[in-house]
Design a protein around this ligand. Structure first.
Ligand code: ZN
Length: 279
């Protein structure tokens, strides 16, 4: 079994439910999976736990706590409570980290200052809720094209600044799709690494042209991101966790899920030099 490579369920979610997905990863010698709460809901908590136990699989990334933002204080409180429940569930599943999903700027807002303030406040509350738990919360800076509707945190430097202010148990997931364009990326990765903040490394690729910012991510090697360079940068920064494949793509969702997983493993092996050891 290997813990160097993780597949995120979203990569094959259209063709495999969580049970089939966890078994497919386990069959290929992958000891960890990254999972989604809505997929747990689809098959039921008992079945989700059962397949993890049965295959001896561990949960790496847990998606997700959020959305957090809303225009009214009441609604924000409700969302915060829901996010706390997600964190509790992630702890129940013994996840390594929980992805934070701020969500879009509240209706009627102009600019991102309000959204950024609200996000940081909410994350502070969630860190208090988490306490000194085994898992940590993770900010994932998203691509700036998604600032309006998904997250106002769109750069590694912003994520690092928030971590500086909010402190322990808050990490950063580096997703190449979202951050590859940043001219300060290497130094911000080094900065995150210096504080032991890198919680995960998500891989896929940026296609040229990209038809849709959310559902047209590329398979590793098909686009223009210098994946090997970024992997070396996170490793140099001290990250010793796995590479996680996360591809949101109408194109790949339409294909045979087993073949997609095999190709992900093959591409990671050739790009990152990962040796897949079988038990
Ligand atoms: Zn990601």
């Amino acid at each position: 079994m290997t813990d160097r490579l993780v597949i995120n369920h979203a990569t094959v979610r259209e063709k495999m439910d969580m049970t089939a997905f966890v078994k497919a990863c386990s069959r290929r010698g992958l000891s960890m999976v990254s999972i989604w709460e809505n997929e747990i809901d689809r098959i039921g908590k008992a079945a989700a736990k059962e397949v993890l136990t049965q295959t001896g699989s561990r949960v790496f990334g847990y998606n997700r706590a959020g959305p957090l933002l809303a225009s009214s204080a009441t609604e924000r409180r409700q969302r915060l409570d829901a996010a706390k429940r997600s964190i509790d569930l992630a702890l129940e599943f013994d996840a390594d980290h929980v992805l934070l999903f701020p969500g879009g700027a509240p209706e009627g807002e102009k600019g991102l200052d309000g959204a950024r303030g609200m996000t940081e406040e909410a994350v502070g509350h969630l860190l208090d809720h988490l306490g000194d738990g085994a898992a940590r919360l993770a900010l994932e800076p998203l691509h700036p094209m998604l600032a309006g509707d998904r997250s106002s945190i769109v750069s590694m430097s912003h994520a690092n600044d928030i971590c500086d202010r909010l402190g322990r148990n808050l990490g950063i997931v580096v997703d190449v799709y979202h951050v590859w364009w940043d001219e300060r990326l290497d130094e911000e990765i080094a900065r995150a690494g210096k504080h032991g903040r890198i919680a995960g490394f998500h891989v896929n690729d940026w296609l040229v042209p990209t038809k849709h910012t959310l559902t047209d991510r590329g398979m590793m090697g098909d686009g223009v991101i210098d994946l090997a360079h970024l992997w070396n940068a996170v490793k140099r920064a001290g990250y010793d966790g796995p590479i996680e494949v996360e591809i949101f793509s109408d194109d790949w969702w339409a294909r045979d899920a087993d073949a997609v997983i095999d190709l992900c493993i093959e591409r990671c092996a050739s790009i990152f030099g990962l040796v897949m050891e079988r038990a």
